[in-house]
Design a protein around this ligand. Structure first.
Ligand code: UDP
Length: 322
């Protein structure tokens, strides 16, 4: 049985579905502070805060083989406003979870990490051995969590894989689950809100970056490709007695303006685009070199930006009145 923390959230729910389709048994632990119970359509559900000591009850009830840990706060902007909230939940509560895992002899762990651990890297595309210099509390909270995992693995009888996601986007092609944040802060759903008429316009956060069109460049990766990587990472932990860290991106960068243009093309809707101030904590360019996970686990992303936006658009139309 795989325990999925945050499995009622966006990436956790997609991974839960993929694990189910691959024949795994799962139990989702989520306190629903960000997630949605109706996203847990597969496996078991337990409403717990993963940072609480009561979590032991879940380890008593189920025979847990490994943990995939999605539960975390993930807004860069909010982390700049409320760093303590990020260090407490993303770092301290994860330490508590590791302690409970040790008590129950659970030795496999997958962390949702992030490209934000790199900060403003000098070399693009980014490889895993790039210096880690996070420039916002969100990235920092994941950076120290990775360090704690490394120490834990050095103690023995424990292995982890840290997956450094670039920009997760897109939705389940069956539209059973999707992306739904409150408040929404991510670029693609916000642009689609403008396309569908829920917002008057989309604001670009800064067009004076050192990039070809002045807007930030990101590497967008379909959530199903991320889900697939978790399954491969879990199998790796089961088969090899070692820990590892992998980037997960498409390896192609798109500027904010290019993403907006793709959304206009896919939706066939026009809307106003305005330029606003830079958002604090945003690096100019983040693009992954994912060759390590390709070589080691045979993982390759399947979906490009157009498919990412199309799948997000189908979901967006379905939930437009939510
Ligand atoms: N962005 C933007 N307008 C928005 C939301 C985001 O210009 O309304 C930009 C943001 O500054 C960043 C990129 O879009 O350069 C992706 O932001 P998002 O919040 O989706 O993901 P992040 O890169 O912060 O994880």
């Amino acid at each position: 049985m795989i325990l999925i923390t945050g499995g009622a959230g966006y990436i956790g729910a997609h991974t839960n579905k993929a694990l189910h389709n691959a024949g795994y048994e799962t139990v989702v632990v989520d306190n629903l502070c960000k997630g949605y119970e109706n996203f847990v359509k597969w496996g078991n559900f337990e409403n717990y805060d993963f940072g609480s000591d009561d979590l032991r009850e879940v380890f008593e009830k189920y025979d847990i083989d490994g943990v995939i840990h999605f539960a975390a706060f993930s807004s860069v902007a909010e982390s700049v406003e409320m760093p303590q909230k990020y260090f407490k939940n993303n770092y301290r509560n994860t330490i508590n979870l590791l302690k409970i895992m040790r008590e129950y002899g659970v030795d496999k762990f997958i962390l949702s990490s992030t490209a934000a651990v790199y900060g403003n890297p000098e070399k693009i595309p980014i490889t895993e051995d790039t210096d880690l210099k996070p420039i916002n509390p969100y990235g920092h909270s994941k950076f120290i969590t990775e360090k704690a995992l490394q120490r834990e693995a050095e103690k023995g009888d424990f292995n982890y894989v840290s997956l450094r996601y670039f920009n997760a986007a897109g939705c389940d092609f069956d539209c059973e689950i999707g992306e739904l944040h409150d408040p929404e802060t991510h670029l693609i759903p916000l642009v689609l809100d403008a396309a569908i008429g829920k917002r008057d316009c989309i604001y670009i956060f800064g067009d004076d970056y050192d990039t070809p069109d002045g807007t930030c460049i990101r590497d967008y990766i379909h959530v199903n490709d991320l889900a697939d990587a978790h399954i491969k990472a879990y199998e790796y932990l089961c088969n090899e007695n070692e820990s590892n860290i992998f980037n997960l991106g498409n390896g192609e960068g798109y500027s904010v303006r290019e993403v907006i243009d793709m959304c206009k093309k896919v939706t066939k809707c026009d809307f106003e685009v305005k330029v606003d101030e830079r958002r604090e904590g945003d690096p100019a360019i983040l693009v992954a070199d994912s060759s390590k996970i390709n070589e080691k686990l045979g993982w390759k992303p399947k979906y490009d930006l157009e498919e990412i936006v199309s799948s997000a658009w189908e979901w967006h139309k379905k939930i437009k009145d939510v």
